[in-house]
Design a protein around this ligand. Structure first.
Ligand code: SAH
Length: 219
């Protein structure tokens, strides 16, 4: 019974995260810290059933690149990435499951402009203000830096439109793997600042950026 309640709560919280602006996530969890524990238990149970955990793919990718690269993990969860590689990793989340975490909203992270080599969003592109969040990723990345994105496959209603919007935000596609049944993974490179800086604030949200909410199945 308790498990079913947890499962229903997880799905409810998850839906809130996908259908509200990202800064509301901070408030949601600060007002109800237990919700964060429920959310993370539910998330871990879902991903454990997948054939591959996307964060481990990014661990492999980064282990094959210089350990001197500075990484920012937006929506880092339990910091699996930071714990698994030698690189300096800035870990951001709305609550701290680990002492490495800096608590903040991912649309406004406390990093200098052009201060990191790699930004990671592993199952973390939540919130309705994706344009603002990706502009923030662009701000902290140096030109030539890498953006790694893994998202639930069913969220991509129109992958081409999504990638087109990312191009408008200054990110060029380097490679993508859309062969997985559960998630898509992609590597992009920051070529320039967004073409339309402040697009999120002026309401000119990059068309096509929208991702469908990921509504996990009832268990
Ligand atoms: N990247 C981790 C966790 C993914 S779960 C992994 O792959 O294991 C998504 C994470 O994003 C959660 O930890 C959630 O708390 C975080 N998150 C959601 N909205 C956020 C926001 N506005 N700012 C920062 N983190 C956020």
């Amino acid at each position: 019974m308790e498990e079913r309640l947890d499962s229903a709560r997880f799905r409810y919280i998850n839906q809130q995260l996908y259908t509200r602006p990202s800064h509301e996530a901070v408030r949601l969890f600060q007002e109800d810290p237990e919700a964060f524990a429920v959310y993370h238990r539910g998330f871990a149970q879902q991903v454990a059933r997948w054939p591959e955990n996307p964060v481990l793919r990014f661990v492999r990718y980064l282990r094959n690149r210089p350990a001197s690269l500075v990484v920012a993990d937006f929506g880092c969860g339990d910091c699996t990435l930071a714990r698994s590689i030698r690189n300096k990793v800035h870990c951001f989340d709305v609550m701290a499951l680990d002492s490495r975490v800096t608590v903040c909203d991912m649309s406004q992270v406390p990093l200098e402009a052009a201060s990191v080599d790699v930004v990671v969003f592993c199952l973390a592109l939540m919130g309705t203000n994706l344009c603002e969040i990706l502009e923030e990723a662009n701000r902290v990345l140096r030109v030539g830096g890498t953006l790694l994105v893994a998202e639930v496959a069913s969220r991509f209603g129109d992958l081409r439109a999504f990638l087109g919007a990312l191009a408008g935000l200054g990110f060029r596609l380097v490679s993508k793997d859309v062969s997985g049944s559960h998630f898509y993974a992609m590597e992009l490179q920051k070529e320039s600042p967004p073409r339309n800086p402040g697009g999120a604030r002026t309401g000119k949200t990059a068309a096509g950026l929208a991702l469908l909410p990921c509504l996990y199945k009832r268990r």
